[in-house]
Write a protein that binds this ligand. Structure first.
Ligand code: SAM
Length: 276
């Protein structure tokens, strides 16, 4: 059937291509690929020679319109370099325009580093937010992290080796020292998943940025804070924090640090303030 076929491809191990994905690639009239050189390797592995065209969401409108036109009579397959198209990869505008034009749109599920990492991490998987790549600049990164601080969900970020330690430190600063996992080279020879608190992991990778592709998973607030929050520790932290900032801000920071409920900590802060 003509239309748009969104096809997930392996994130490392070529054996992870699904039989349906391979069959769909074999029947494609054209493959819209993020990087045709990368996809050429997959096609060679499958013994296929199929026509390809480069596709990016910032490809010009005419290239996209041409693909949408072809979908009326032809099988157009969308792939990215690795994993599921549209997940921190191009494709959203092509799907949007194909739908608007009334084309048949279907997806062939398969590998995705975010999902693979959450399954490896041992962190709560009932609720998670996929946050893609953090911004490069420190201020923008901190602002983005702050948006997630109150979410009662695990958080999943894509990262690269050189930025890893700084990203982990910024996450510890913005979210508190939560439990986390660094999943690396998933499905490849040197697959590894290292767990610990954010500050432990930041320290581990500070002097030795790891090679390869990386996903960070951070546990939800309150689930796994490792700093002991007995009453005396909590009171001392609150007094300390209130010395240089308003009560509400101090309570928020301390709640974050210990992974505690913000309202309960605020109430304790008010009580301490009143008693001083
Ligand atoms: N669309 C892809 C997917 O479904 O996962 C993600 C594409 S995004 C441009 C590439 C990022 O995904 C990498 O920088 C890394 O953070 C993560 N990634 C991809 N393959 C990975 C792997 N084998 N192990 C760990 N992370 C991986």
């Amino acid at each position: 059937m003509p239309g748009l076929y969104i096809v997930a491809t392996p994130i490392g191990n070529l054996g992870d291509i699904t039989p349906r994905a391979a069959a769909t690639l074999a029947h494609a009239d054209v493959i819209a690929a993020e990087d045709t050189r990368v996809t050429a390797k997959l096609l060679a592995h499958l013994g296929l020679r199929i026509s390809m065209t480069p596709y990016h969401d910032h490809s010009d409108e005419r290239a996209r319109a041409a693909l949408v036109a072809r979908m009326e009579r032809e099988v157009v397959v969308l792939v990215s370099d690795a994993g599921t198209p549209l997940i921190s990869d191009p494709g959203y505008k092509l799907v949007r325009d194909a739908r608007a034009a009334g084309r048949h749109v279907t997806t062939l599920p398969g590998p995705c580093a975010a999902i693979a990492a959450i399954t490896l991490s041992g962190l709560p998987s009932d609720r998670f937010l996929f946050a893609g790549f953090l911004p490069n600049k420190a201020k923008a990164r901190a602002d983005t992290i702050a948006e997630f601080a109150e979410l009662r969900a695990s958080l999943v970020f894509y990262e690269s080796g050189p930025r890893l330690s700084a990203a982990l430190a910024a996450l510890a600063e913005g979210l508190g020292d939560r439990q986390a996992a660094v999943a690396r080279e998933i499905s490849k020879l040197y697959e590894q998943c290292v767990t610990g608190t954010l500050t432990e992991l930041a320290a581990r990778y500070a002097d030795a940025p790891p090679r390869g592709e990386i996903v960070i998973v951070v546990g939800p607030p309150g689930e796994a804070a490792t700093e002991a929050a007995d009453d005396a520790t909590l009171d001392a932290a609150l007094r300390n924090a209130m010395a240089d900032r308003p009560v509400a801000q101090a309570a928020k920071a301390v709640a974050k640090r210990f992974g505690l409920d913000r309202h309960a900590v605020y109430a304790r802060a008010l009580a301490l303030k009143g008693g001083d």
